[in-house]
Design a protein around this ligand. Sequence first.
Ligand code: SF4
Ligand code: MG
Length: 324
Amino acid sequence: AAPLLELRDVRRRYSVSSGLFAPRRTLTAVAGVSLRLGAGEALGLVGESGCGKSTLARLVLGLEAPSEGEVLVAGRPIAALHRLERSRLVQPVFQDPYSSLNPRRSIAEIVTQPLAVHGIGTPAERRDKVEEMLGLVGLAPRHAGALPAQLSGGQRQRVAIARALVLRPALVVCDEPTSALDVSVQAQILNLLLDLRDRLNLSYLFISHNLAVVQMLAARVAVMYLGRVVEEGAGRQVLTEPTHPYTRALLASVLTPDPMQGLPAMRLGTAFPDPLDIPPGCAFNPRCSFAFDRCRAEAPALVQREGGTLAACHLSAEVRVAAL
Ligand code: SF4
Ligand code: MG
C-alpha cells in the first residue's frame, strides 16, 4: 500500500524582491526533500527558524504547491484531492493559538467549523459533536459558549486540536504547536498529543526547532538545514549519536548538560546564513568546523550510514573519528 504521506524530491522556490526597483532573486525554501510517513507513524522535523520546515508543512497541507517534485497523500497528489478528501486526510495545528482562532466565534463554532464548511451533519448533530470533541481534548462542556479570549493559551491550543480532529483525519501536521505556550503548559499539550495519537492511531508530522520536544512525539526524526534534510533516523539514535555536524551543533545548543559525552561541542553562533545566498557545496560549510575542500565544491547526498541513519555529509565515519 502507498504510504500515508510521501514527498518526492520536493522543491519550493519564491521570487522575492527587496524593493520596487531591486532585482528579483530566487529564494529556495525547500531544496529537494524526499520523505515517507506511514499510517500511525510520527515523523519529527527539526531545524532552526528559516530552514524551510514551515514551508514544508504548508506543502503537505496543500496550502502551497511545490515548484518541483510531488506531495502524495495516500498515494495521490495532494492537488488532485477534493477539498473534503484532503480535509479528512490532513489537518493542521499551528503555533499560535491566539491568532489561529477567530476571536468573534464561540468555541463550539470553532470546533465544528470544518463540519459546517463541508456541510456535514445538521446544526443539532454538530452541537452534539461539540461536547464529544471538547471531552476528547480535556475541556469541560461549559467552555462551548466561551470566546477564545476567555480561555488560557493552553485551553486555546486544545480547541485548535479539537478542530483539527473533528473530521478524524489520518495525519495531523503540527507546526511548533507548543512554542507559544508556557513551559508547564507545553508538557500538558505534548502529553495530550501523545495520548490522542495512541487513542486515534493518528500520524503526526511534528515540526519544531526543539529536538527534545520532537523526540518526545516522534520515533523518527529528520533534521533540516537550509531547505534540505541533512540527517534522518530513529529519534533516539539521532539524539544520542548524531552523525551530521549540524545535528551535533543543534543538540549542543538546545540541551544542557551536553549530551555528547566527550565529543567536542560545536556552537552554532548567531550567523544563520542568508537563504537568498546559499553557499555552494554543502550549505552548512561556512559554519562547520569539519569543513574541507570538497565541502565547498560538492553538495553531499543523503546516504545511509552504519546503524541505519541517513546523513548528508562528506565525512565518512572513519574520517570523522580521525578528525575528533
Ligand atoms: Fe561539514 Fe563538510 Fe559534512 Fe558539510 S559535508 S557537514 S561542511 S564536513
Ligand atoms: Mg516556522
